[in-house]
Design a protein around this ligand. Structure first.
Ligand SMILES: [Zn+2]
Length: 321
């Protein structure tokens, strides 16, 4: 009988839970609103019932464990969410124990940062198959990162390593959510794309993007900027060019530090890879040390939204606990 890992992506907007087999096939998947604004209890109730729904579709013997990815700082050993940007007020929450207590049979529960899980998912079934030295950047509302060294995730002294979105790429740049100025996240995320597009429109009201948003610049999304850029709007193209350049500045430093074989760019923003990727690559070749670039590749992710789920499942199948 084949084994199943229950993989969870606990996001600020949606909770996604999937049953994934040892070959990486997604056998069942459910998605529910996470109700983050309603406080901890409704989220947890929602999470546990979603896990149960997946759990009950298989026999107890088939279930190998539950792997849960969440944004933020995590204490893996204790199974504690130390702090998550999507769930304010969850400081030091013992989520692992809560999931374990819900199931009569003792099943292993692994907690992992969502971007770390995505990096592992890409290595298992996506753009980084067989790559042992791999960096993954997830470009969404924020920027997450995962560092794989010798085939394993790098966790650091407190389990928090890999927050690649918070390396400084412009010392006097815009303020980041973390309080610092000029973080990569403040210059290359969907939030940054939106902010830069709104600013650029002030001087270029004739832009196609302005009519796309009906003149209401607050309604602009990174998705709109993408569509305007693909239809040739110069303001929008410039926004992607600038964001791609900053991404390259960040990656150049990372390449010099980690000497990776591959850097994978994932998350919603990576859909626009063709628009910003060439500028990113150009900036990296300009700034990183030349010997590091000989066989290093920068590529878009291949697993889409499932990267984190696949990674969480991989961690369950390969756990020694
Ligand atoms: Zn930051």
């Amino acid at each position: 009988m084949d084994k199943i890992a229950v993989a969870v992506d606990l996001g600020g907007t949606n909770i996604r839970v999937a049953a994934i087999d040892e070959q990486g096939n997604v056998r069942k998947k459910i998605k529910r609103p996470s109700l983050a604004k309603e406080g901890k209890e409704p989220v947890v109730r929602n999470l546990l019932s979603a896990i149960k729904e997946i759990y009950q579709a298989f026999t107890e013997k088939q279930i190998k464990g539950v792997g849960l990815g969440i944004a933020g700082a995590i204490n893996m050993d204790k199974g504690i969410i130390t702090q998550s940007p999507n769930f304010p007020g969850w400081e030091d929450y013992q989520i692992k124990g809560e999931i374990e207590a819900e199931f009569s049979q003792k099943i292993p529960v692994i907690l992992e940062n969502d971007a770390n899980a995505a990096a592992m998912g890409e290595r298992w079934k996506g753009a980084g198959i067989g790559i042992n030295y791999l960096l993954c950047l997830t470009l969404g509302t924020g920027i997450g990162g995962g560092i794989i060294i010798n085939g394993k995730l790098l966790h650091g002294a407190d389990g928090m390593a890999g927050e690649l979105g918070h390396i400084t790429v412009a010392p006097d740049g815009p303020r980041c959510n973390c309080g610092n100025h000029g973080c990569l996240e403040a210059l290359a995320s969907a939030t940054a794309i939106k902010r830069e597009a709104i600013m650029a429109l002030k001087n270029r009201p004739e832009s196609e993007l302005n009519s796309r948003c009906g003149g209401n610049v607050k309604a602009i999304t990174a998705e709109m900027v993408y569509h305007s850029a693909t239809s040739g709007d110069l303001v929008s193209l410039k926004v992607y060019q600038t964001m791609g350049k900053y991404l390259g500045i960040g990656i150049a430093s990372l390449v010099n530090i980690f000497n990776p074989e591959m850097v994978i760019i994932g998350g919603g923003v990576s859909k626009a890879w063709d628009l910003f990727g060439p500028y990113t690559k150009k900036e990296v070749s300009k700034r990183a040390l030349k010997p590091f670039l000989q066989r290093m590749k920068i590529v878009p992710a291949a697993c889409g939204d499932d990267a984190g789920l696949l990674g969480a499942a991989y961690l369950i199948f390969n756990s020694t606990a």
